[in-house]
Design a protein around this ligand. Structure first.
Ligand code: ASP
Length: 573
């Protein structure tokens, strides 16, 4: 039986060298910088985005259903349609022509390049003049400025967004780089140093039980609120038709994605990787977790000190991964600024407004779950002050919010739980990767609200049995959702199918989904940390909140556990 790794390398791996994710010794704390970065990203996004009056909005994008005619006068003439049902991505506004009545929106003359793909589509639709037109030539047409299928934007703003997008992508890539090795090494070391197979069984069943109960509570809160507030009843039939037409295409793609989902049994068997190297290479989280668990268990069965070498090596590699997270987090303030800049700068708010009530219900539900379910568990289960707990989790919460991915946030989450909550690496490396993959309370709650909302819009009466089916299927769908942006929306299609709500209804909520994803991912991550703290307390650990200041004053606090995989031995081996 191994004791985990025990070599003393603290001085070599002293985290102060890299500053630590938790705090910078000098100057502003990292989370303050991240917050400032977020604010800058949002403000700049608003300044260049589709609703800004600062930048000239001289370009338009049109969805496939937009009506473009050869002249405003010829609108009733079917032959005058030049781009109907084909979509135009980047068109330049040439002229704006007001109409007689002041309430009516003006006509815009737009000009765009006829790409080969566009030309093909136009020919297929039999649009006049398409047969004679040449690819690469410029085409002109007229469109109503208030057409729902039209997005007006500033080419300069869009250019700046495209030009700066790499910063956010680089930050994300740097953190994601660490996810697979970190989960693998830390889980093997964690399980191997738990030592006792029974302890693992107990921890495993308690953790999964806790995940299920909290997810169930989350969906129930969501469904309860949606039934109470009835956000779907507020939408007029006209608004509904508009929303449907602008998002139907992407909704179709989402439904098609969900339709390919394997059966439940296949999913369970699929957890066992037939080729672990492939699972690692492809980042299949559940398979990696399964393999790491089995490898850790196998190591505990090796006689004497035979496992020690492997566990020590993995432990050192794990430390190195944590250092990599620290280094990547240096880029976090700029990285989150760039991520938020892109989201805010490319999403219009007009469609969002009509969905505000639905969005507010989701956010209200998330806040309730956060305050009540997590608040009570942390306060009475983990016996930690809830506010202190949240303050220890500032960085993972901010990173989750800006990346919309619990998987990408995982390295930061693990670091905060171990350093700032003093949860042992054994528990953290078991509960958190598992949680980031299967425990998504925020996603489940949102799916509950969304399913009811869409049903209300279609005027469907859901029976109690239907509502129970939503609870069951949203619980499963949230387990099946990967911890990546937008995953919850895809598995929502499964929930809708389970209760017979039309999946085209997804079109209604697409516009606001990116925004809600940020909130639900934050809840998903806090839910995992709550579980880790509770499990650590149940295992009798002395968890406590180590503030950033304490951590900066004595960086060894919160590191001894990870470096040693157990109690601090006094002598190096
Ligand atoms: N983005 C979420 C997460 O990573 C999943 C979802 O789409 O709900 O936790």
């Amino acid at each position: 039986m191994t004791e985990g790794s025990s070599a003393q390398q603290d001085s070599k791996l002293n985290p102060t060298g890299t500053g630590g994710a938790a705090s910078d010794k000098k100057g502003m704390a990292l989370y303050t910088k991240i917050l400032i970065g977020m604010a800058i990203g949002v403000v700049l996004g608003l300044l260049v985005g589709p609703n800004s009056s600062l930048m000239p909005q001289t370009a338009v994008g049109l969805s496939a259903r937009a009506l473009v005619v050869s002249s405003p006068e010829a609108v009733a003439d079917k032959d005058a349609v030049v781009a109907l049902a084909t979509g135009v991505r980047d068109a330049r506004i040439v002229e704006e022509r007001p109409v007689a009545s002041p309430e009516e929106a003006p006509w815009l003359q737009i000009e765009w390049t006829l790409t080969p793909a566009l030309l093909l589509k136009q020919k297929a639709k039999g649009i006049k003049g398409a047969e004679e037109a040449a690819a690469g030539s410029m085409t002109r047409g007229w469109v109503k400025a208030d057409a729902d299928q039209l997005t007006r934007y500033s080419p300069i703003g869009r250019g700046i967004i495209d030009w700066t997008e790499w910063i956010g992508r680089l930050f994300l890539a740097l953190i994601k780089m660490v996810v697979v090795p970190l989960v693998f090494f830390s889980l093997v070391v964690g399980v191997a140093s738990l030592g006792d197979f029974r302890k693992l069984g107990r921890l495993g069943s308690r953790t999964l039980g806790f995940f299920l109960v909290t997810t169930f509570v989350a969906v129930t809160i969501g469904i309860g609120l949606a039934n109470f507030v009835k956000p779907g009843a507020l939408l007029t039939p006209e608004d509904r038709a508009l929303l449907m037409s602008s998002y139907q295409e992407s909704a179709g793609a989402t439904v098609a994605g969900a339709a390919n989902a394997p059966s439940f049994l296949d999913q369970v068997i699929g957890i066992v990787p037939t080729n672990p190297v492939k699972a690692l290479a492809e980042g299949e989280m559940l398979q990696i977790i399964f393999f790491a668990l089995m490898l850790g268990i196998a190591l505990t069965f090796l006689k004497g000190t035979r496992a020690k070498l492997v566990v020590d090596v993995f432990d050192r590699l794990n430390d190195a991964m944590v250092m990599l997270v620290h280094i990547a987090m240096k880029l976090a303030p700029v990285g989150v600024a760039a991520l938020l800049f892109k989201v805010v700068g490319t999403t219009g708010v007009s469609v969002l407004l009509s969905l505000l009530v639905y969005g507010l219900v989701v956010v209200l539900g998330l806040v309730l779950h956060f305050g009540i379910t997590y608040g009570l568990t942390v306060q009475f289960g983990a016996r930690l002050p809830f506010l202190g707990f949240l303050s220890a989790l500032k960085e993972p919460m901010l990173v989750a919010f800006s990346t919309s991915s619990s998987s990408a946030t995982l390295p930061v989450t693990m670091e905060a739980c171990e350093s700032n909550l003093k949860i042992s690496p054994q528990i953290a490396s078991f509960v958190l990767p598992l949680g980031a993959t299967v425990n998504m309370d925020g996603t489940a709650l949102y799916q509950g609200v969304a399913a009811i909302f869409i049903a209300q819009i279609y005027g469907m009466d859901l029976t109690l049995a239907d509502q129970a089916a939503i609870v069951g299927s949203a619980t499963l769908a949230s387990i099946g959702a990967a911890g990546v942006p937008g995953a919850g929306l895809i598995t929502l299609a499964l929930v809708l199918t389970a209760v017979g709500v039309p999946t085209e209804g997804l079109a209604l909520i697409l516009g606001i989904d990116r925004l809600l994803d940020m909130f639900r991912t934050t809840i998903n991550v806090v839910g995992d940390c709550t579980a880790a703290a509770f499990m650590a307390r149940l295992e009798g650990e002395d968890i406590r909140i180590v503030t950033h200041a304490e951590d900066a004053a004595n960086p060894d606090i919160g590191f001894e556990g990870r470096l040693d995989g157990g109690p601090h031995p006094t002598q190096p081996d």
